[in-house]
Design a protein around this ligand. Structure first.
Ligand SMILES: [Fe+2]
Length: 135
């Protein structure tokens, strides 16, 4: 069972972004599963690598989309995304030293950051982009 269930309130109404957000939440669920099952540490590493790649891809796509459509909150989004990468770098470094305890901390951060970001920040571009005819 997934620890984080997708809710309608997470939808921005922009299909591509919503699909990518769902995928990110799915990866966080997988990370939780691995930590809980006490799988080998390599699987934590692998899922975090996948998460890092996918998050980078998603945040790049999102910024590109917002830029193309002249979203006024772009600079705030970029700032928020930069903070995310900085915090993740710190946590990844801690994980190289402390291992599993830090993995748990990464999970807590990812869960909190992504849900907050989607619900509070990303939802703001939904009405704007839909107003530009995007779906
Ligand atoms: Fe964003």
């Amino acid at each position: 069972m997934d620890i984080i269930k997708w809710r309608d309130s997470y939808e921005t109404g922009i299909a591509e972004m919503d699909n990518q957000h769902r995928q990110l939440i799915q990866l966080i669920n997988q990370l939780y599963g691995i930590i809980k099952e006490k799988d080998g540490f390599e699987s934590v590493d692998a899922i975090l690598q996948e998460m890092a790649n996918y998050a980078e891809h998603h945040l790049r796509d999102e910024e590109k989309l917002l830029e193309e459509h002249g979203f006024p909150g772009l600079a705030d989004q970029q700032k928020s995304h930069r903070n995310y990468f900085m915090k993740m770098d710190e946590l990844q470094e801690a994980m190289e030293k402390d291992g599993r305890d830090a993995a748990q901390e990464i999970y807590v951060f990812l869960r909190q950051w992504w849900i907050n970001h989607i619900v509070l920040e990303d939802k703001e571009y939904g009405p704007y982009l839909r107003g530009k005819g995007l779906k």
